[in-house]
Design a binder for this molecule. Sequence first.
Ligand code: APR
Length: 168
Amino acid sequence: MSTLKILFGDITKADTDAIVNAANPKMLGGGGVDGVIHRAAGPKLLEECRKVKSINGIRCPFGESRITSAGDLNSKFVIHTVGPIFRNQNDSARVLESAYESACILAIEYGCESISFPAISCGAYGYPHEEAARIAIGTCRKFTRLEVKFYIYGEELFRIFQRVSNGT
Ligand code: APR
């Protein structure tokens, strides 16, 4: 039986087989957790990202995931997942669900037993926190073969994820 835990803190400290990055379609780094993960992983991570096939500069479309090695991070893989930009996408709920789903599927394909997620799209991409938490937890709960951890970096958002996870 898999477990799903809500943790408060920095995802770069995670000890799971895969760490998920809230990336953008270019997949060459950015701000927010993307910037933190790239800084902690070191330049090798960017080298790995550059090797991912790009079509017109897009390495990872919205709602999809790509996997690379993890550079200096304490995990086997980084899974770069692109959530929806809430204000720009009318089907944002489906895209966010697809983002979490594609990351879990990729992790299982690569033999991972555990995975850590940030709150995808809950920062620069502006997704409303309550709905994002419901989609995140509801989607990841289906993958009973994976031990899932959410590393949440903010009091208010942490409380929301905890409440949603407890079903209250
Ligand atoms: N550990 C865990 N979570 C973190 C950390 C960290 N060290 N730093 C930030 N976060 C949280 C933010 O507080 C937010 O709740 O990650 C969540 C996702 O926010 P963003 O990083 O802004 O990601 P997102 O909203 O998906 O926007 C992606 O922002 O950083 C750029 O390159 C990225 O263009 C992409 C866009």
